[in-house]
Design a protein around this ligand. Sequence first.
Ligand code: SF4
Ligand code: FES
Length: 240
Amino acid sequence: MANTRYDSDCFSLDGVDVEFQSGETILQAATQAGRFIPHLCSRPGFHPGASCRLCVVKVNGRYASACTLKATAGLEVESRTSELDHHRRTLLRMLFIEGNHFCPSCEKSGDCLLQATAYQLEMRGPRFEEFYPNRQVDATHPDILLDFNRCILCGLCVQASQDVDGKNIFAIGGYGIDSHLIVNSVSGKLGDTNMALTDRAAHVCPVGVILPKRVGFAVPIGERTYDAQPLASMAEEKAN
Ligand code: SF4
Ligand code: FES
């Protein structure tokens, strides 16, 4: 079923026509059409960081990230194939074992995009050996807690702080397996920055790293964003 926006061309996504407007990426057009392409580091209003690789699709037989590739008419895009979903589950498993993601005790459970994506893609078990890295929690800020254990290095907080808040609170430091989130203050502590609870960066984290204090369980687990509906059906509903 094609959607019905005007002045647009179509590409094929898993055999279904998707209309797009000039300049839209494959992910943007698919989202507008209510078609779910898994993604973690892309967010409307932010430029794509292209770091998570969950959105990689096959375009005319070649791999490409849906969050960066502009849609053009006539493309044949494959996304929800068993091969691509298998690769996505592998990426998810690597993210889960690289940090410490204890979902049952995490206050972001039910609101976490990583967890919801793993459910959507039916990831069962880590399969790889857990790293169990030793990462500290930073509770020095009066209103915001940082739990570095859950960072998936999506870069959204870096972008939000720089481009929306006009600050420079966060950065990603290191390379490869040593990549990690950094707080830009002399002490490296959030309490020594001018971050405010009203900052966009305080509310952009897709997982449970940047957490406003004192509201963790105001909405009970079981009644949260992704508890009620799987991601794919949320995408369909938003488009209708
Ligand atoms: Fe992304 Fe959150 Fe890590 Fe920032 S703290 S890079 S928003 S996962
Ligand atoms: Fe495209 Fe993360 S959403 S690489």
